[in-house]
Design a protein around this ligand. Structure first.
Ligand SMILES: [Zn+2]
Length: 80
């Protein structure tokens, strides 16, 4: 069962589920995350799958323009 974030709302599309704060945690490059799943970069919407090890990709994973700001990852799909 995968939980999917709906747009910018902290809403999980699973019957009976409630607001889940795991989708609001931002991770910096190289951080260790708590959950396996698909993470999305808040600056450019690039997606990455985090599995074993649960380590967020390093700073050099991809490049941002100045307007995109720092690379920050947020959980997008939570693999349960
Ligand atoms: Zn990015």
């Amino acid at each position: 069962m995968a939980l999917v974030r709906s747009g910018n709302k902290q809403k999980i599309l699973e019957a009976g589920s409630q607001f889940n704060p795991v989708f609001d945690t931002e991770y910096k490059p190289g951080d260790t995350c708590k959950y396996e799943g698909i993470y999305k970069c808040t600056g450019c919407d690039k997606e990455v799958t985090i599995a074993n090890g649960k380590t967020i990709p390093p700073q050099n994973h991809h490049q941002h323009s100045v307007s995109q700001g720092n690379i920050r990852w947020k959980l997008f799909v939570y693999a349960q």
